[in-house]
Design a protein around this ligand. Structure first.
Ligand SMILES: Nc1ncnc2c1ncn2[C@@H]1O[C@H](COP(=O)(O)OP(=O)(O)OP(=O)(O)O)[C@@H](O)[C@H]1O
Length: 243
């Protein structure tokens, strides 16, 4: 299967502190790849380097064939990114936000209108399309942020802690949507500190203190560690790390 993301020996240092320590992994087209770890493990730093927003200290990153060292602008233009702090304009309506971000990505006129209508359909947002984002619940704001990250039909999207702070039902709905997006061939790299969410990923990479401590299908990791859940896998890994 074709590789959409390729990372080799990736390192990020802030002064003498190594936040990301020698990561090597790859992500195939249409895969849901989860980057999991506790707060401070290095997930955000990694995703920001993959998106061309932060310069790596060393290593190699290719996203859709673009090199993060030499072509960060091409990467930024070709991917979708949903950051921890959503970038939606709260005093604009859902429709206005989609159109605004579509414009930033170079869509306009009839094409932009058509794409905005498609997203409103796909994300079942008709009821809210003329409502200001500030008056919507958190779970809906997250869905809108996800829709906005797809406005320019990127082949790959990066979601940084997209379900943080929402209730379990909204989280489940969100993951169902991510699965629909990946079934359509879009590659998804997602970070989370909720270990149970690894179950929704095709591949889970678990980070501790900037390093990879495990990477495989969630089912394989559970079998290897004789664990019932990904939470148990994480606890076992953390214990091994401390012993
Ligand atoms: N600009 C920076 N300067 C110095 N240290 C930094 C900087 N950015 C991140 N760090 C440190 O790097 C480590 C990894 O941070 P990072 O934000 O990547 O973790 P994370 O796994 O995404 O956790 P969280 O979900 O809390 O953001 C942390 O110890 C953090 O304090």
């Amino acid at each position: 299967m074709s590789k959409v993301i390729e990372v080799e020996c990736l390192v990020k240092q802030f002064g003498s502190f190594v936040a990301v320590n020698n990561l090597t992994f790859s992500v195939s087209k249409g895969e849901i790849f989860g980057l999991l770890g506790a707060n401070g493990a290095g997930k955000t730093t990694t995703i920001r380097m993959l998106c061309g927003l932060l310069a790596p200290s060393s290593g190699k990153i290719l996203v859709s064939g673009y090199d993060a060292f030499t072509q960060p602008e091409q990467i930024r233009a070709s991917i979708g990114y949903m950051s921890q702090k959503f970038s939606l304009y709260s005093d604009l309506t859902v429709w206005e936000n989609i159109r605004f971000f579509g414009g930033i990505y170079g869509l306009w006129g009839a094409e932009l209108k058509k794409r905005a209508e498609e997203l409103v359909d796909e994300f079942s947002m008709h009821e809210f399309q003329n409502v200001k984002v500030e008056s919507l619940p958190m779970g809906w704001r997250q869905r809108i942020s996800l829709a906005v990250s797809l406005v320019h039909r990127p082949p790959v999207i990066f979601l940084d802690e997209p379900t943080s702070g929402v209730d379990p039902i909204a989280r489940r709905m969100f993951w169902e949507t991510i699965h629909q997006i990946s079934s359509g061939g879009t590659t998804v790299l997602v970070t989370t500190h909720y270990m149970d969410e690894a179950e929704y990923c095709h591949t889970a990479l678990i980070m501790v203190d900037g390093k990879i401590v495990a990477m495989d299908k969630p089912k394989v990791l559970k079998e290897q560690m004789k664990a019932q859940s990904m939470n148990e896998v994480f606890i076992t890994l953390a214990r091994n790390g401390n012993s």
